[in-house]
Design a protein around this ligand. Structure first.
Ligand code: GTP
Length: 213
């Protein structure tokens, strides 16, 4: 990869927000981008938001894909898979008031691992609606345990009440995407140095053979 392309990639990230319907995906995106919570959201199709943010004192251009709930099996699965292929980092959301949304998290994470064909893809799990303590059906420790099993970062928050927690969750995801990209660059650099060494060694062997003759 040429240098300018590498730098360009470092300055951009494509994030995908996944989760069951009504868990607060659109509210989360809108909160992050505008810092507002408006309560009701028109959301019948996928939307990609573009914004610029500063994370750890560095600017980043973000594309955030707010998906509509899709099942991991059946005809909708292939559209879900193409959204996953597109993304660099994933935010899987559930609502603490809806156990089926919590149960969907593992399925979505498995699908990400399957589509990306690797483990360790930057993924943050967000438990939403913790302001609705009376309606809570998923405990905090269940969320923490699931995230730890899936090796994901975990945030429990209320999009309605806490804009900084939303920022922290996205900030963590951006940090992980940057780290993953740096790891990728290092691996490519190591590979190209190994190829150079192999090439030099081959040249040296050819020269010494020529000298023998
Ligand atoms: N009490 C409370 N309600 C929330 C919170 N976040 C979102 N909601 C509400 O939950 C409902 C669903 O939010 P959306 O953002 O539309 O959820 P979604 O996951 O995008 O839903 P789909 O478009 O169906 O996939 C809305 O009525 C929001 O106002 C929260 O933190 N607390």
């Amino acid at each position: 990869m040429i240098m300018s392309e590498s730098v360009r990639k470092m300055l951009r990230a494509k994030l995908v927000v996944l989760g069951r319907d009504n868990c607060g995906k659109t509210a989360l995106c809108v909160r992050f981008i505008t810092r507002r919570f408006i309560g009701e959201y028109e959301h019948k199709r996928e939307v990609t938001y573009r914004c610029q943010k500063i994370v750890d004192k560095e600017a980043i251009e973000l594309e955030i894909l707010d998906t509509v709930n899709k099942e991991c099996v059946g005809p909708a699965a292939s559209s879900l898979e193409s959204s996953i292929k597109w993304g660099d980092g994933f935010l899987i959301m559930y609502s603490v008031t809806d156990r089926s949304s919590f149960e969907a998290v593992s399925r979505l994470k498995r699908l990400i691992d399957h589509v990306k064909q690797t483990l360790g893809i930057p993924t943050v799990i967000v438990a939403n609606k913790c302001d609705m303590e009376n309606g809570r059906v998923v405990r905090t420790d269940e969320g923490q345990a699931l995230a730890s099993n899936l090796r994901c970062s975990f945030f429990e928050l209320s999009v309605a009440e806490d804009a900084s927690a939303v920022e922290a969750a996205f900030g963590q995801l951006v940090r992980e995407v940057r780290q993953e990209f740096q790891r990728h660059l290092l691996a490519m650099d190591k590979r190209s140095r190994m190829l150079q060494m192999r090439h030099a060694l081959k040249n040296k062997l050819t020269r010494s053979k020529t000298m023998q003759w």
